[in-house]
Design a protein around this ligand. Structure first.
Ligand code: CDP
Length: 262
């Protein structure tokens, strides 16, 4: 399979350093304390955050800080072959690495004995769901008003036909050589997730790291824009209470009217 053509373009027409299209919307669920809907290429992700709230079961409580509990789940209909419902090794791994990444930024010591529950639901999957899920979860945490040292932004680089590329598509993930998801705290440059499936030379590793970090800064701007749009909508609804009652803020029957956050 030819993954990169003679013009240096990938199967979906992207340049090696080009991201898939991304759309982020914050505050899409009424019942959650914070939420985010994110589309990233063919991935569709919903993230919901509850808390900080008393941690149950009690034996899970940490008397010194809040626990950040992430549950990553792929819907049975999210892939072309039906995904067997329920947790598996892969979803447990992604839940764990996502919890660890968010724990680096959430000020957990402010909420001893509490839990911050983060749910990542993959509604449709097309490679790169851990990055899409973690990016959405960080926006949902900020939307919930959880005190954080900074945002978390995840992007993958990889190697396809011997060339370092950004944000692999499904074919590239399946037939490429290397997948390299990372997450950073854009404000500080800290790396809070780094995984590698496949091989890189030292030079390729430097290139992949730089490519993914640069792209993460672009995604970070989209995360901020989504939160800003959410606050602006909320402020507008508070200014116009009568109108807000007729069409409550967060009533996302109207999602299609304002999808272009990114
Ligand atoms: O999604 P991500 O790239 O973070 O993780 P992965 O384990 O490398 O999975 C790559 C892709 O394989 C997913 O995004 C799905 O499109 C697909 N997949 C699938 O079709 N069925 C599964 N049970 C798991 C993954």
């Amino acid at each position: 399979m030819v993954l990169i053509n003679d013009q240096g373009l990938r199967m979906d027409g992207r340049r090696p350093d080009q991201l898939r299209n991304i759309k982020i919307e914050a505050g899409v669920l009424k019942q959650a304390d914070g939420s985010c809907y994110l589309e990233w290429g063919g991935n569709k992700v919903m993230a919901a955050v509850y808390g900080p709230r008393e941690c149950h079961p009690r034996h899970d409580q940490d008397p010194t800080k809040a626990r950040v509990r992430v549950r990553y789940n792929m819907a049975a209909f999210s892939v072309s072959d039906r995904k067997r419902p329920g947790p598996d090794r892969r979803s447990q791994e992604i839940s764990k690495i996502s919890s660890e990444a968010l724990e680096h930024v959430v000020l957990t010591s402010l909420y001893p004995k509490n839990a911050i529950d983060v749910f990542i639901e993959i509604i449709e999957a097309e490679a790169g769901t851990r990055c899409a899920g973690l990016t959405a979860a960080a926006v949902a945490c900020a939307d919930a008003g959880i005190p954080m040292r900074g945002m978390v932004t995840a992007v993958a680089a990889g190697k396809v036909d011997g060339k370092v590329c950004l944000d692999l598509s499904r074919e590239e993930d399946n037939y490429g050589e290397t997948d390299f998801p990372i997450a950073i705290v854009p404000k500080t440059g800290e790396i809070v997730l780094l995984q590698q499936d496949g091989h890189f030379s030292p030079d390729e590793l430097d290139q992949a790291l730089e490519m993914a970090t640069d792209a993460a800064m672009r995604v970070y701007e989209m995360q901020k824009a989504a939160l800003l749009a959410r606050y602006q909508a909320q402020a507008q609804a508070e200014d116009e209470p009568a109108e807000a009652e007729a069409a409550p803020a967060g009533d996302h029957d109207h999602d299609h009217e304002d999808p272009e956050v990114a």
